[in-house]
Design a protein around this ligand. Structure first.
Ligand SMILES: Cc1ncc(COP(=O)(O)O)c(C=O)c1O
Length: 359
């Protein structure tokens, strides 16, 4: 959406501020850019939907050529499968009480999930006992994030546990290097990502030597896409933020993707020092990766001023009460989940209805 297009935003946005707006044309261009890169490198693209939580956007990604999608939570998985997605990978382990629901999803979709210890495999096998449906399993490796990942020496025992359950099938490994995504130095990002993939390759070798098949090696977010595509190990990449983009990725120099998501806020008042008070606070735009940037008015800066209020200071403009400002989320994932719907607009600012945002 071009800044001038703000003038054309109609009642769908003006009556709904703070409104989360998606420029569907920029979104489509981002999906094409990503798919083209993955196809050229001969790797499967399985986009992560945790950022947009929208089956409609997931289907657009599939239309562009994605092989399936990734979800982070059971609720996201249910939203996607309920919305007609038929190939889904859960990139986080689930609490044992949720595992039965995974086998229900597997009745209508191809479903896989990560595990990183034997206890999780046992819980999965118990949940799947008696089920007619099989769930694929990927062993999560610690790619350096120190959040998940099979302990050294445990790989083969985990694989053997998976092989011994008729409800489970070992599909491969996941080596997600989340801590590297926004390293501002691209050369360092690449070096450390390649070191993580080299370590993962040794794990894959260990599994294969023990007779366990490893068909899929999945990794990478938007920030490590290029290093993943030019390393020989990954068969699949799982970036998510590229679809909507955000200011924190842009600040880290990952600027290949257009900004497609904006929070549009209304000016509620103008302080004596010309600071605008807008109707977007911490309930409308997240601050975990810093304050939102301001797309319009140019040159201005946003700071939160409470749950429902924000300050927009600086920039050359003559905005008054009732006018609109456009904020660029610093982190799109944690901003989208604050909203129930996207208002869909095109480059020229015309609106085309709304899209629900799932759980
Ligand atoms: C396991 C996993 N894979 C992929 C992604 C996508 O990364 P990004 O949104 O940085 O592209 C995330 C994001 O947090 C993730 O947690």
């Amino acid at each position: 959406m071009r800044p001038a297009a703000l003038d054309r935003l109609g009642a769908a946005v003006r009556g709904r501020t703070p409104a989360l707006v998606v420029n569907v044309e920029a979104l489509e261009r981002n999906l094409a850019t990503m798919q083209t890169a993955c196809t050229a490198a001969g790797r499967a693209l399985r986009p992560h939907v945790k950022g947009h939580k929208s089956p409609w956007i997931a289907h657009a990604q599939l239309r562009h050529g994605a092989v399936g999608v990734c979800a982070a939570t059971l609720a996201e998985a249910q939203t996607m499968v309920g919305g007609g997605v038929t190939d889904l990978h859960l990139t986080s382990a689930l609490a044992p009480a949720k595992l039965g629901a995974l086998f229900e999803l597997a009745a209508v979709a191809t479903v896989s999930v990560v595990v990183d210890d034997v206890a999780q495999v046992e819980a999965l096998a118990v949940a799947g006992a008696g089920s007619r449906n099989r769930v694929g399993v990927l062993i999560e490796l610690d790619a350096g994030q120190d959040r998940a990942g099979a302990a050294p020496g445990q790989l083969v025992a985990i694989a053997a546990g998976i092989a011994s359950s008729p409800a489970l099938e070992l599909v491969g490994v996941q080596a997600y290097e989340g801590h590297l995504q926004q390293l501002p130095d691209a050369a360092e990002r690449r070096l450390r990502a390649h070191a993580a993939y080299d370590a993962a390759a040794a794990c894959v070798h260990e599994l294969q030597q023990a007779g366990h098949p490893v068909q899929r090696v999945t990794c990478a977010g938007t920030g490590t896409l290029e290093p993943a595509l030019d390393h020989s190990l990954p068969t699949e990449v799982q970036p998510g933020s590229y679809a909507l983009a955000d200011a924190s990725y842009r600040a880290a120099g990952v600027d290949r993707y257009e900004q497609a998501a904006f929070v549009i806020a209304s000016v509620l008042g103008v302080r004596p020092d010309a600071t605008l008070i807008v109707d977007a606070g911490v309930k409308a735009v997240s601050g975990d990766l810093g304050p939102a940037a301001v797309a319009f008015p140019p040159g201005a800066a946003y700071t939160p001023a409470g749950d429902e209020h924000g300050r927009v200071a600086g920039g050359a403009h003559a905005l008054r009460t009732g006018d609109l400002v456009a904020l660029v989320p610093s982190h799109s994932d944690t901003t989208v989940c604050l909203h129930r719907r996207f208002v869909v607009v095109t480059d020229d600012g015309h609106d085309h209805g709304t899209l629900p945002i799932g759980a």
